[in-house]
Design a protein around this ligand. Structure first.
Ligand code: KG4
Ligand code: ZN
Length: 331
């Protein structure tokens, strides 16, 4: 089966052609990160304008490169939430228009479910059940993935997400949006100099990062910002966030007796997080899984793959062309 995946939930315009036998045929992303970096974050109307501008050139590009005609596509899968409504609407209308013109089935996909299933696009795949830690710019969720279509959220952030915290503090030390990877690069020259508070919320699996963010805001305000200071802030912040993520994931593994932990979403491409959790998991005999780095941040391959899974497991493909976006969709 050949599936077209469409992703426009935030500021990345993504298109992918996925073949259920051969895997990813082509996966292209147009990132607007540079455009939004001057504003310190994503500006919704600028994001939607750029999705509109880029989506047609992008489909032309993937068709030209893959030599697969739209008529040979058998299923169209698109993100319908969560995300920015003005961005979601572009991918949704594009998908429904293609579906109408080419008479192809069309399926709305939950972006969070797609992040969870992005793990199935890596070489080393977990067996069910597994714990999914979604760490992205918009989410920090702990989910028990019992099987395809069977998810149970056991914890989520009560305020800011891990990625958002990295982005906001990065902004404060003059790093451009998105800041996660830039924090990692700076941290390599830094030390664990500042013992920031670790909001653990001991009795549940929820997260809270806004207290940490405010603490660092106030701390930085009083200091002279030197190059070394920035590196030490980067190291200390990264380590604090990583420790919280690891603590909660291992706690969930212990409570639910599930030995497979999958870490997905933009922050999961962080090399320090990968190394630290793998090292600690070895001692506890826990298996850690990550998607390939290119599939951690937003992409259309995970949307196409999730569309395929929905098609083969549920077979309930919506034939109507009703616009159905949900910016606040959960899992
Ligand atoms: O999954 P994603 O592309 O978008 C959402 O669904 O939100 O995640 C974007 C987030 C941003 O906060 C970005 O700073 C963070 O992922 N990120 C990183 C790294 N690469 C991206 N955080 C830490 N280390 C990285 N290498
Ligand atoms: Zn995402």
């Amino acid at each position: 089966m050949i599936i077209l995946g469409i992703e426009t939930s935030c500021d990345e315009t993504g298109l992918c052609i996925y073949d259920s036998k051969k895997g990813i045929i082509i996966n292209e992303i147009y990132s607007q990160a540079k455009i939004h970096s001057i504003y310190g974050g994503v500006v919704p109307n600028i994001a939607s304008k750029n999705h509109t501008k880029k989506i047609i050139p992008l489909i032309k590009k993937i068709i030209k490169k893959s030599l697969i005609k739209i008529n040979n596509i058998q299923l169209i899968a698109y993100t319908y939430g969560p995300g920015l409504s003005s961005s979601l609407i572009i991918g949704t209308s594009f998908a429904l228009t293609l579906s109408y013109l080419y008479k192809k089935p069309c399926i709305p996909i939950n972006h969070l479910e797609a992040h969870i299933l992005s793990i199935m696009l890596s070489k080393k795949k977990p067996n069910f059940p597994f714990i999914s830690l979604i760490v992205s710019g918009a989410h920090t969720n702990l989910v028990i993935t019992k099987n395809f279509n069977k998810y149970k959220t056991i914890g989520q952030t009560l305020d800011d997400s891990a990625g958002e915290t990295l982005d906001k503090i990065a902004n404060l030390i003059e790093l451009k949006y998105p800041g996660g990877e830039k924090i990692y690069k700076l941290s390599k020259k830094g030390k664990y100099k500042f013992n920031f508070p670790k909001p653990i919320l001991k009795n549940n699996f929820n997260f809270s990062f806004s207290g940490l963010k405010t603490h660092i805001y106030n701390f930085i305000k009083k200091k002279k910002i030197t190059k070394q200071f920035k590196c030490d802030i980067a190291y200390s912040l990264q380590e604090t966030i990583i420790d919280i993520l690891i603590y909660k994931s291992f706690k969930a593994s212990k409570k639910y007796k599930i030995k497979n932990i999958c870490i997905v979403g933009g922050v999961s491409s962080n090399i320090r997080l990968r190394k630290k959790i793998k090292k600690m998991a070895k001692k506890k005999k826990i298996n850690i899984f990550f998607p390939p780095k290119k599939l951690c941040t937003d992409n259309a391959a995970m949307i196409a793959y999730t569309g395929y899974i929905k098609y083969i497991t549920k077979k309930k493909i919506k034939k109507n062309l009703k616009i159905k976006i949900n910016p606040n969709l959960t899992i």
